[in-house]
Design a protein around this ligand. Sequence first.
Ligand code: SF4
Length: 76
Amino acid sequence: TYVVTDNCINCKYTDCVEVCPVDCFYEGENMLVIHPDECIDCGVCEPECPADAIRPDTEPDMENWVDFNRKYSEMW
Ligand code: SF4
């Protein structure tokens, strides 16, 4: 899965949301999040993010971000 990280905080861009083929972005408190079970790992959103906030969970130490994205995408 891909996850949204802290560079997204207070970001006003939604380029990522517009390109996602499965609509798995959700609004968190002050940033967007990706539902880890709905993301199909296509990677289309990553280069669209002007804040470089979207990372693959295959990078080191992403477990907390996966949990965070899951929590806020299931909150509302
Ligand atoms: Fe959506 Fe693809 Fe980005 Fe996952 S990797 S959030 S499916 S655009």
